[in-house]
Design a protein. Structure first.
Length: 256
């Protein structure tokens, strides 16, 4: 395990241990190790979960990456596997997920994926650590037209959902399925394959409706158990035909 990156990225209490300054420096160093003679302006995808500190850390990462010359492609709120998938789909040079998974809401993390959608190799993580912690070389600084640019993606969630739906070839009809929606309302703009989702899910129990990842709602990976225990038998029972199409897709995206 490295000094900055653990088994699943760099994590800590947001704005205390994982500060905007540290996030910016990680972005700077990541861009530096990704730039080569063949790739002068690497493209980096950034996704995040719904933690309150996500916007802050995203902004810091953008500043660090662009200041060295990397271009940033913002995916918005997506699950971690979506970043890994879309790195390959978009032929990007790397991807970054801002999330602390099962950790309490005050934590956040930065996980970097390589161009193949896998965890960044230890050798590259070590080089980033040496730049950020040991200052083995000064941070690079792009100027003029070499400063990186930022683009915002409105189709990332749809592409990932299409990929998930294409991978399902079984019938879930007649099953009763509990979904941990965590924060579906932030994704109600997602449109597209909702009839496919309706055909897959017959009866749905929804838990964790509304709100960002906070102390009350818990992080995505454990919100189901906490809310289910707290509500006991007060879950909301929903028939698919009664649900908004966009809400179907939001739920699927949050769960899978």
């Amino acid at each position: 395990m490295g000094r900055l990156f653990g088994t699943d990225g760099a994590r800590g209490v947001a704005n205390a241990e994982l500060t905007p300054e540290l996030a910016m420096n990680i972005g700077r160093a990541a861009a530096m190790v990704l730039i080569s003679d063949e790739v002068e302006h690497p493209t980096i995808l950034i996704g995040k979960d719904t933690r309150l500190s996500g916007d802050m850390l995203e902004g810091a990462l953008i500043a660090g990456l662009c200041s060295v010359g990397a271009n940033v492609h913002i995916l918005g709120v997506v699950p971690t596997p979506a970043v890994a998938y879309l790195v390959g789909k978009y032929n990007a040079d790397a991807g970054i997920m801002i999330s602390a998974s099962h950790n309490p809401f005050e934590f956040n993390g930065i996980k970097i994926f390589s161009s193949d959608g896998c965890k960044l190799p230890d050798a590259l993580e070590n080089r980033i650590e040496e730049i950020v912690l040991d200052h083995v070389v000064p941070y690079a600084s792009a100027t003029d037209e070499n400063i990186g640019r930022v683009t915002y993606d409105t189709e990332a969630a749809d592409l990932y959902i299409d990929h998930l739906v294409s991978a399902v070839d079984c019938d879930f009809g007649g099953m009763e399925i509990a979904l941990d929606a965590v924060n579906p309302y932030t994704l109600v703009h997602v449109t597209g394959n909702y009839p496919v989702v309706i055909s897959l899910l017959c009866q749905i129990h929804i838990m964790g409706i509304g709100g960002t990842v906070t102390e009350e709602h818990g992080p995505p990976d454990i919100a189901f158990n906490r809310i289910l225990v707290r509500r006991e038998r007060k879950e909301q029972f929903v028939e698919p035909s009664d649900m908004l199409p966009c809400f179907h897709r939001a739920v699927l995206l949050q769960v899978l």
